[in-house]
Structures are given as C-alpha cells and as structure tokens.
Unconditional design. Structure first.
Length: 759
C-alpha cells in the first residue's frame, strides 16, 4: 500500500479512534532510593487488576487505562490512577522520570512476585534479569495505544474498492502506519524526549553501539538511545504483511535471538488482541516520562503523535522498508536520542544534516495535510503549532527545564521535589476523576473507587452519569452514583413524592411536619389568611437540590407569600405548605441498615468586614477552588438570584447592603449544599437514637440507599416523639458532601457504596 488517495473523506472523522496509555513508575523513598517494599496490598491481585499492576519489579508500578474515545480522557484516566496510587503509598513517592533513581545492588532489586497463577510471569522476569540485568529492566516509560475508528476504516475500505477482505485491508492500514511511524519516530523523540541524565549508581550499558560509553553522558533521551533498554541484536521484522511479520519473529525465536515474540522491543508494535491473525491496535513505545507533568505525558504531545501517525498513513512511502532501511531508521533514531540536545545540525550516519530544518518542514507538511483533509480541531491545531515553535526554538523544549532543575538541585533532589509536588496535588484533587470533570462529583468519586478496586467500568450515558460496573460475574448499573439496583422503583417513586413520603412515615409513627397540599395556585394563595403569621415552608411536592423551596418564618407579607407559591408551582403541579420546624437540619445518609454519614448543612452565608457589600462578599467566597457549579466540586457557589433576594428582603437587606464586621448574613433559609451551603460532619456527634429513627424511616419506605433530612433542635439530647422531624427522604443523595465536607472527616461513602454493590 504505497499511497492512499482518499481525499474525498474529509473532516474530523480522521481523528476518531480509541486511545489508551500504559505508564511505569518506580516507587522510591523520600531520599530517592528504590523502595524495596511489596506492591501495595490494597490493589489486590496484580494479575487481575485491570488498571494497577507491576512491570518487571515489585517496585515498578504499571498503570493502565482502558481504550477511550479521546486522548484527553486517556491522559485524565492515567492521572487519576496516578493519584489513587500516590495516596496509598504512605511515605513513598512515584519517581517521575524514565531513568531509574538510586538503585541497590542487582541481587537486591525485587523482581515482581505472584501467586501460583503468576508462575510463568515470574519465570519470564527472572529470565530477563539474567539476560539483560535487573537494573536495565528498571528503565520506565509510557506506551501509547491507539486504533482507528471502525467507521473510518470501513469508509476507507469502500473507497479503496479492493478485492481483499476488510480484515486484511485493516491490517494493511495498520502496517503502513507502523512502517511510517518507524521512519518518523525520531521526530517525536527530538521534540519530547526527556531522559537526559542518570544517577551515578546506574551503570550505562551499550553492547551494540558505535558510540563510546560515557557514564557522565548527557543526552536528549538516554532511554531511547543505545544505552536504553533494547535487544542486544539488530532485529528487523518483515512489515510487508501480517503473515510475513509473524513468520519473521518466529524465525528470530528459532535463531534464539529472542525467547518469545514479546521480547522483541520494537519502538512500534502491532497488537493482536481480538484475533491472532489480525491487528487490533498499535502500541507506540518511545515515550519518555515527562517529569514536568504529574501524569508523565501531556495531551499536547499525544495529539502531535496521533497527527504524526495520520501523516504517515496519508503520505507516500519512499521504499519497501527492508532491513537496510530499518537499520538506517534505527541509527537516525539513536542519533537523535543521543545528540538531540543540540540546537544546530549534528552528525548522523556520517553526514551533517540540518535536522531542525527537516523537522520544521515535516511539521508544516502535517499542518497543510490537516487543512487539505478538512481536519479542524483546536487541540490538534494547538499541538502542531506548538511543535513548530519547538522546532524553531529548540531551547524551549521541556528537557531543558529538567536539565536546569537537575543542575540547580541535583538529579535526585530535583525529581524528589517534583514527586512531592505531584503528591500534594493528588491530595488536593482527591475528589476528582481527571478527564471526566463534567460528570457529577459523586459519580467521579464512585468511579475513582471502582478504579482503585479493579472494577472495570463503562460510561453508558455521560450526560446522565449512567455507568456500568463489572468485576467477574458482578455487573451493576448505576446512575448518578446512588441510583442502583439495590432499590426498587416503587420506593424511589415514594421518596420522590414528598406527600407520599409523609403519609408512609406518619403511619409508622415517625414525626413529619404538618401541612396542606395544593394542586392550584389560586387555592394556595387564597389560604394566605390561614397561614398568615405562622412560620411555614412552601415547596414543590417533587423537587431536589432545594429547588423551588421558600421558607417564610413570619409570613406577614401576602405579596411575598404569593410569589413563594408561584415559585413552587414552577417546579411541580402539586405543592406543599408545611409548618416550619425550628432547629438545625441534618442530612443523614443510610445504606442498608446503617447510618454511614451525618452532615449539618449551614445555609449559604457570608461574614461581613464592614467594607464590602453582600454581593462582593459572595463573589469573594465563591473564589474558593472547592466551590463550583453543577455538583462537580465538593461545594457549590452561592447564588445571587430571586430566592436569595427575597430572603435578604425579609432581613431588611439587599445585595448592596454592607454587613458590619463579623456579622454573619444568611442568604438562604434552606441549607442545601446545592444552593451554596456549608457542610459540617456530625456523624460521631449525634446520639444513636436519631440514627435508629433514620434507619426505621428507610425501612418504612423499603429503601437501601437514602439521604434523609432531619430537623433536630438540640443534638445533645436523646430523640423523643416531639424533638425532631423528618422533612424528606432523597432517592438520589449526593455522596461527595460526606466525602469532602467543609469541616470534618471524610466518611468515604464511595467505598461503602462499592461494598454494598458487592465489590
């Protein structure tokens, strides 16, 4: 397949595909020495965990993402696994560099250990240690796995109008991409190589190189150079067809150059997963860990690499890529890895070439190709333009930032400082699933716990936060973290209907607020005289997140009352007007027959400084990074809308009022976190008698998961028949407010939910 002429296929369909990442990180102690402790037991069986395992050494964590539809999602997933692992390491750190840290003697390096099911994996690692040396096995890096979309491949197949089968056609597409990437891989290394120096404890070995061994070598990418982890012999697979490729590797095994196909350390490898006879995806293996990013790789670099693969696919091949051409490509790759720090032409294959001019020309050709194919995607355009700038100003490459840090702080200390920075960031973002930030925070927390436990998951409907969890035979469908198969539909409907909830709870002797229901606004407004002067709550019969609720403590103004009725009817066709129960409101979370978390929710508020207006104080408080919108952060931003204006009016204030210094001003009566409230953990401070009532309420409605709202005037006293009231039961309670309260302990409800689901 010399050239594809599919110019009629245009647009961003060329970017569609699946993308995955695998990253190796060594565990180290705080002094930069290789950690000799076992792989963290919390992650379970290394052979069965889909996301967190080990590579060669027990000290070498391998993190694996599933195939995902966007590069940004893959990087985000990888960063999330990095966070999860980092937070379980105690006083250890993840070493953020491809080149190893301070290493012990060979015999002290712990080879990955397994149970009986992993005997073969252990034996293979022992063979590698014997052949290549255990220290060489500790070079770490990132593998980028990608496949073209089936839709794109089918369109290409139809345009090709060929007699071969679709599977054979796909193989040709992938093999051409492999050949072209092997020709062009030096370009990625030149721009993004980032393993320039080694620790003195690491002895470089280069048995096959014409370049002199210098233990003080400074290169662009030692890992990709002749000093890196590679086969001893020059090996040249036949990439002309799948059959020829497999036959050539089998011959290498027969000639005892390698022990098995997996020992062939090609820079680009076709992977045969779905079928042994056809390529499923490609694996790019030349990526150094980038010490300047927590995930070890940037979306920008991967967008460039994907663009390079597309360029290779859509451009002509200059030769048949036989052994002689492969040898030349390997030498060019090695030369760039060794001497790519130079910003001027350098010697490769005994002829001086202007590598930088060649690089700029190639990137400009890629940009032009994208324009011709109608590919318009900002992230790819940004990546290509940035690559062009790096080619024009090589001193701006990240490798120079690393070298500068190493010169300033020392090799070990620089990387330890980076590892510490990333650990702190992992702690600060322990509520977030990177790449899925648009999903509800409770769902993100549940998925983090799934990843930690090795539970595979699939996002079925991202907008609806609908996911499928799977581990072994246990398959669970979960919507918005707490809508699960544990509860039946009738119970959910009962909780959703506040009137039904009140009737059922009342029948079970559980106190609820007295009140009336209305289906017509005019009838409710006519009853103002009946409710006048009473402390009341006006709310929709079916609502969530505090929407449509108004609390009138005095209810003396008929106009305000009438507007509260209208607001409630905007959210439902039935509303309730109930007595206002004085006291503090607590959200009590029940799973099964256990109270697993209790929060006191303080209504949205600001504290005056005698200078700023309420509006300015709200804007200042909303700058807290833990506050956001759409339930994707632990706290919600305080709103400045009609409900807040009405509540301030009852206090004789408005948004432009200036509170006195130290004065606390509440902007809402209802204490929902969703309307800007603060969450304070009270799980250990509430008497058990209230918890028993909460469990009884859940049983009354036959629910397994609920967050019920209870008013308690004085939590220092035990529950009686008249010193509490249950306002409502929620069928979709948020877990993130219990996991990351404004004040108090993380109750880890994501863990408890996974327990309840049988994981």
């Amino acid at each position: 397949m010399k050239q594809l002429t599919f110019n009629s296929i245009k647009g961003n369909i060329w970017l569609e595909g699946l993308f995955g990442l695998e990253k190796e990180n060594l565990r180290v102690d705080t002094t930069g020495k290789l950690a000799l402790t076992p792989h963290p037991a919390v992650f379970g069986n290394k052979l069965k965990h889909p996301y967190i395992t080990t590579d060669f050494s027990e000290s070498q964590v391998e993190m694996i993402t599933p195939p995902l539809p966007e590069i940004s999602q893959a990087v985000g997933f990888l960063e999330t696994i990095h966070d999860i692992v980092s937070l379980e390491l105690g006083n250890e750190l993840l070493w953020p560099q491809s080149i190893p840290p301070i290493l012990p003697a060979d015999q002290q390096i712990p080879i990955a250990s397994y149970d009986e099911d992993g005997a073969e994996a252990r034996e293979y690692r022992e063979f590698l240690a014997q052949k290549y040396g255990p220290k060489n096995q500790l070079f770490s890096g990132i593998h980028f796995n990608f496949s073209f979309s089936d839709k794109l491949l089918e369109m290409l197949y139809r345009k090709a109008n060929t007699a071969i089968s679709f599977d054979d056609f796909k193989d040709e597409i992938y093999l051409k991409t492999v050949r072209q990437l092997l020709r062009l891989r030096w370009l990625y290394v030149l721009l993004y190589g980032c393993s320039p120096v080694v620790d003195p404890s690491f002895e470089l070995r280069c048995k096959m190189s014409p370049y002199p061994v210098d233990k003080n070598v400074i290169a662009l990418s030692i890992r990709n150079s002749c000093y890196g982890y590679r086969n001893f012999d020059d090996l040249y697979p036949d990439y002309s067809s799948v059959q020829a490729y497999k036959a050539s590797i089998d011959q290498m095994v027969k000639d005892q150059k390698i022990s098995a196909p997996k020992e062939l350390y090609s820079a680009i490898r076709p992977k045969f997963i779905q079928s042994p006879d056809h390529i499923s995806y490609l694996e790019f293996r030349c990526i150094d860990i980038d010490p300047t990013t927590k995930a070890g790789i940037s979306t920008e670099a991967l967008h460039f690499l994907h663009a390079l693969a597309l360029y290779g696919l859509l451009t002509d091949e200059p030769d048949d890529f036989g052994p002689k051409v492969q040898q030349q490509a390997n030498r060019y790759h090695t030369g760039v890895a060794l001497y790519g720090l130079n910003s001027t032409p350098f010697l490769i294959d005994e002829e001086r070439q202007n590598v930088w001019h060649k690089t700029q020309t190639l990137i400009q050709e890629i940009i032009k190709l994208f324009e011709l194919q109608g590919i318009v995607y900002p992230e790819y355009g940004k990546a290509l333009n940035q690559a062009l700038l790096l080619a024009q100003k090589p001193e701006n490459r990240k490798v120079y930032e690393v070298l500068s840090g190493v010169v300033k702080d020392g090799y070990v200390q620089y990387h330890i400082q980076k590892a510490g920075e990333y650990l702190n960031d992992s702690r600060d973002k322990s509520y977030q699933f990177h790449g899925l930030e648009d999903m509800e925070l409770s769902t993100q927390l549940l998925l983090r716990e799934a990843a930690k436990r090795g539970v595979s998951f699939e996002i079925l409907d991202r907008k609806e936060n609908f996911v499928r969890l799977k581990k072994g035979d246990n398959i669970q469908f979960v919507k918005q973290a707490t809508k699960t198969s544990l509860d039946n539909y009738a119970s959910i409907l009962a909780m959703e209907n506040k009137l039904v909830t009140k009737k059922i709870l009342g029948e079970h002797g559980i106190r609820v607020p007295r009140g009336l229901e209305y289906t017509r606004a005019d009838e409710a407004k006519t009853d103002f005289i009946f409710h006048q002067g009473k402390a009341i709550v006006v709310k929709p019969n079916q609502t969530n997140f505090g929407l449509g609720i108004t609390i009138l403590k005095e209810n003396t103004d008929e106009q305000t009352f009438r507007r509260a009725v209208d607001i409630a009817f905007e959210h439902d066709t039935t509303i309730l007007i109930e007595e206002f129960i004085a006291g503090r409101e607590f959200r009590i979370f029940v799973i099964g027959e256990e109270v697993v978390g209790i929060l006191h929710r303080v209504p949205a508020n600001v504290t005056g400084d005698g200078i700023r207006t309420i509006r300015e104080l709200v804007e200042l408080k909303n700058q807290d990074p833990l506050r956001g919108k759409g339930y994707r952060t632990p706290l919600e931003k305080i709103r400045l809308e009609e409900a807040e204006a009405m509540f301030l009016k009852q206090q004789g204030k408005d948004f432009d009022s200036v509170p006195a210094k130290g004065e606390v001003v509440f902007l809402r009566e209802n204490s929902n976190i969703s309307t800007g409230g603060d969450s304070i953990d009270f799980t250990d401070d509430i008497p058990d008698s209230y918890k028993q009532i909460a469990v009884l309420a859940a049983k009354a409605l036959n629910v397994k998961i609920t967050g019920l709202d209870m008013i308690i005037p004085d939590v220092s006293t035990e529950a009686t028949d008249d010193n509490y009231a249950i306002i409502e039961l929620n069928f979709n309670p948020a877990i993130h407010i219990h996991c990351h309260p404004f004040q108090g302990k993380n109750r880890k409800l994501n863990e408890k939910l996974m327990d309840a689901l049988g994981y």
